[in-house]
Each structure stands twice: as structure tokens, then as C-alpha cells.
Write a protein that binds this ligand. Structure first.
Ligand SMILES: [Zn+2]
Ligand SMILES: [Zn+2]
Length: 244
């Protein structure tokens, strides 16, 4: 239903890296190595270890501290791009997202993670009447939390996602006079999920006692199953025929 992708600016990371030196010399004492260096090297003059990193065809010559800083900048940008993309995919307007981001003056990755979580919540409130949209946003949010906010209970978020998915089927189910099942597809090797692969339950029973999400043994377990609504008469082709 949403088909927006984040437009990314490839110069952002280079702008952030402009604080680092691209000149082939020791970042501690400025001594130039005798020959071209492509990897970490020990300065012949001050004996310090210099780090060499290649990004977008540019080589940077870094102190140990700058090297750590560069890793942090890269991680920050990669988390920002990845989850801003899922926010935009789920209907967050990119200009608004970027303006909100600038307004908060976010400089470290923990603040970035907080901002992303808040943005998912904003998106939920905007879509409060749309079960399908809410389901997709909660799935994205659960995925984000399992990777980036490990103190958060992912099961609770997935539970919302699956319950809203069932709710989003209600109109179609009513049209079929509730003569329909919910089928579970599992794409995981994990025992918790694969056991229920292909299982079907009448729609109204599933709504009353939803099976998904499965519970895993570890806190960050993500149930990777999905529901699908199937008309009970599918197998003899009656519904397929009627829809033509
Ligand atoms: Zn040196
Ligand atoms: Zn599962």
C-alpha cells in the first residue's frame, strides 16, 4: 500500500568525514611514509600506529581515536538510513522526518534510537484507524527493537502486529460469511515456528485465541511466521471461480 523509499544523499557521509585527513602522512606527527600505504602502519618517526580506512574511493589516515570515531559515524549513518527507510516505507513523509530529526539535534546513537522509536509511535497514532497500516508498522517496530533496543519486550509489539493483521481481514471475512480459515506460514527453522507451518484455524476461532506470535526461549526472539486468510471452499475452486 505504501511504495515510498528513502531518498539518500551519498554526500552526507563524506561531509561527516571531512574532519578526517586524507593526506598520506602520520596523523600523530605528520611524517610522510616512504612509500604508499594502504593499511594500518607504524610510523617510522614517532612509532605510533596509524589507521588507514578507505571509504568511497577516498583513503583516510587516522589516529586510533579518530578510527573509533569513524566507526561510530558509520554505524550512526547506517542505523539512520536503515530505519528512516522503513519509516518512509510505512508512510512517514521524508521531509517531515528529516525536519523532526534536525529539530532534535541528535548527535549520538542512543538518542537516534530513541528518536526512531518515537517516530514509529507517531506513525501508529497517525494511522490509528487503519488496522493494516498499524500491523505493518508494529512489525517494523518489533524488528527494530529486536536489533536495536534489546531491553524492550519484542513479544508485546509483535502481538499487536499480528492482532491488527487479523483485524485487517475482518471485512473480507465478513464478505465470506466467515466461511474462511486463517492459515499459518512459517519460514523459520526454529522449532517454535516451524511446528505450526500450514496449520489452519477458522477465522473467528483465531481471532478469539490468536496463535501468533510464537514465544521463543530468548527475549529477542522474533516469530517469523505470517497469517493468510483463505476461503474454505478454495480447494474445489468455487471461490476462485466466483471471483472471475
Ligand atoms: Zn608519526
Ligand atoms: Zn512463529
Amino acid at each position: 500500500m505504501f511504495a515510498n523509499f528513502l531518498r539518500t544523499d551519498k554526500t552526507t557521509i563524506e561531509r561527516k568525514f571531512s574532519q578526517f585527513s586524507t593526506e598520506c602522512k602520520c596523523p600523530y606527527c605528520g611524517t610522510k611514509p616512504e612509500k604508499e600505504v594502504k593499511n594500518k602502519f607504524k610510523c617510522t618517526s614517532c612509532k605510533q600506529i596509524a589507521f588507514v580506512k578507505k571509504v568511497n574511493d577516498k583513503r583516510y589516515f587516522l589516529t586510533e581515536e579518530e578510527n573509533i570515531e569513524m566507526i561510530n559515524v558509520k554505524e550512526f549513518e547506517s542505523v539512520k538510513n536503515r530505519y528512516f527507510n522503513t519509516l518512509v516505507n510505512n508512510g512517514y513523509e521524508q521531509n517531515k522526518l528529516e525536519k523532526d530529526f534536525e529539530k532534535h539535534n541528535i548527535l549520538n546513537i542512543d538518542a537516534l534510537r530513541d528518536f526512531i522509536l518515537t517516530s514509529y509511535n507517531n506513525l501508529i497514532s497517525v494511522n490509528s484507524k487503519n488496522a493494516q497500516a498499524k500491523s505493518l508498522i508494529y512489525f517494523a517496530m518489533a524488528n527494530f527493537c529486536s536489533k536495536e533496543r534489546q531491553e524492550i519486550n519484542v513479544y508485546g509489539i509483535q502481538k499487536f502486529a499480528f492482532d491488527f493483521q487479523l483485524k485487517s481481514y475482518s471485512e473480507r471475512a465478513e464478505l465470506l460469511n466467515y466461511n474462511c480459515d486463517v492459515k499459518i506460514y512459517s519460514y523459520s527453522d526454529r522449532k517454535e515456528c516451524s511446528e505450526d507451518h500450514g496449520r489452519t484455524v477458522p477465522y473467528l476461532d483465531m481471532v478469539k485465541n490468536p496463535i501468533l506470535p510464537h514465544v521463543g526461549t530468548d527475549r529477542n526472539f522474533l516469530c517469523s511466521c505470517t497469517y493468510s486468510l483463505v476461503a474454505i471452499s478454495d480447494e474445489n475452486g468455487i471461490f476462485a471461480f466466483n471471483e472471475l
